[in-house]
Structure formats: structure tokens, C-alpha cells
Design a protein around this ligand. Structure first.
Ligand code: 3PG
Length: 220
């Protein structure tokens, strides 16, 4: 296992909670990885969930992990065990999935790799909790009932934490983050490729700062 993998005892959940917003990154060009991660860090969002939706994902994770030690780099859209292993070998400090794959969850738990699988129904969340997972992604949050659905689920799954993603924006961030059961929200709005298509990452920093300031305002 790569050195980057670490256990939740090492403060992973606290790091996620501190970010409040986890940028969900889709990168085609590895050359964008480090400047993007640095721009996010400068804007107060030191995290990047690099999705396995492009062939560049593992390389981007490896670059960020090596060059940006202050950035909580993880892998997103992890759909199978092969991707999970590649992500961890590249230096991912956590795995996030849009759903639940039993092999990924069991392997991550046995290897003490931080994993945030997704569940939207009570049955899915029950299964995950019974495996030992106490933080789950809630995706696509806007279509599965948003903050109200999370409140209802949280009242049943006491102590469970949710990471809503999908349709989260600056406009509705407070609805989500004001619920103590929400550890952080995921989103792409600060890392849209159009923001840095010209090679200038300052807009990423500006929008990340707007988000991080909103997080501080909500939580203060
Ligand atoms: C994800 O990757 O988790 C979602 O596609 C992010 O959704 P958003 O683009 O609405 O933030």
C-alpha cells in the first residue's frame, strides 16, 4: 500500500470537515493537476477529489500527492477494485464512490484505506454502517431530496455523517452545511475546466475563496 493511505484515526474525517467543501475534479491533462491543486489551496480549499472519469486520474493524483503536501488528495468516481488499488498506489489518501461496490468497501476496510462510498436509501446506508462505514456520500444530492432527505436520514442513523454531492452550489451550501450530520459537501463549481482553459488559475482561487469564506461563515 502507498504511504499516502492513512487511517481515519489519523484525522482524515477532521480534515474533510475542516475543508467543508471538497472540490470534485475532472482532469484530462495532468499538466493542470498541480496548478489546480495549488489554486484551491490558496483559496482555502486544500482538497481535491480527482475522479477516475479520465485516463489522467492516477497521474494527476500522483502529481498532487508529490507536489502539494498540504492538499488532501483523493480519488473520486471509484467504481471497482482495480481503480481503488491504482488510486491508492498513486497516493490517494481516500476513495470516494458515487455508489457502493462491495469489493471496494471490503478491501478498503481491510487495508485501512479511507473510503466514502455512497448510499441514498435507508437500506444502502444500513448495509454500509453494518460494514463499519460511518460517512457516506449522498449523490446526486439535489435529485434525492437534498438537505431535507439528509435530515430525515440523519434522524434515524444517529451519528452517521453525510457528504452531499451533485447540485451543491454557493447558493444552497448553507442548507447542507448547517446540518451537523453533514461533514462536508462535494462540488465542481470551483473547478470547472472553463475557469482555467487559458492556463490562468486565478478564477479557481477566487471561487474557492468565496466557498471557503462561506463555509467559515456558516460554521462560526
Ligand atoms: C460528482 O462528481 O460527485 C458530481 O458530479 C458533482 O456534481 P456537481 O457538478 O453538481 O457539483
Amino acid at each position: 500500500m502507498a504511504d499516502g493511505a492513512f487511517m481515519k484515526e489519523n484525522g482524515f474525517y477532521e480534515d474533510v470537515a475542516r475543508c467543508g467543501v471538497v472540490p470534485v475534479v475532472v482532469l484530462d491533462d495532468p499538466a493542470d493537476a498541480v496548478p489546480l491543486a495549488r489554486a484551491l489551496e490558496e483559496g482555502g480549499l486544500p482538497a481535491a477529489e480527482v475522479t477516475f472519469r479520465t485516463a489522467a486520474a492516477a497521474e494527476c493524483i500522483s502529481l498532487i500527492s508529490r507536489e502539494c503536501p498540504g492538499v488532501l488528495v483523493g480519488a473520486g468516481t471509484v467504481l471497482d477494485l482495480e481503480q481503488a488499488k491504482r488510486a491508492v498506489d498513486a497516493g490517494a489518501r481516500y476513495l470516494v464512490s458515487p455508489g457502493t461496490d462491495r469489493d471496494v468497501v471490503e478491501w478498503a476496510l481491510s487495508e485501512h484505506v479511507n473510503v466514502i462510498p455512497a448510499g441514498v436509501t435507508s437500506t444502502e446506508i444500513t448495509w454500509l454502517r453494518n460494514q463499519g462505514i460511518d460517512v457516506t456520500k449522498f449523490f446526486p444530492a439535489n435529485l434525492f431530496g437534498g438537505a431535507k432527505a439528509i435530515s430525515a436520514l440523519a434522524s434515524v442513523f444517529v451519528g452517521h455523517k453525510f457528504m452531499p454531492t451533485g447540485g451543491v452550489s454557493l447558493d444552497n451550501l448553507e442548507e447542507y452545511l448547517s446540518n451537523p450530520a453533514v461533514i462536508a459537501a462535494g462540488g465542481t463549481w470551483m473547478v470547472k475546466p472553463a475557469l482555467f482553459a487559458d492556463g490562468d488559475f486565478s478564477e479557481v482561487t477566487r471561487i474557492a475563496r468565496e466557498a471557503s469564506e462561506r463555509v467559515s461563515g456558516i460554521r462560526s
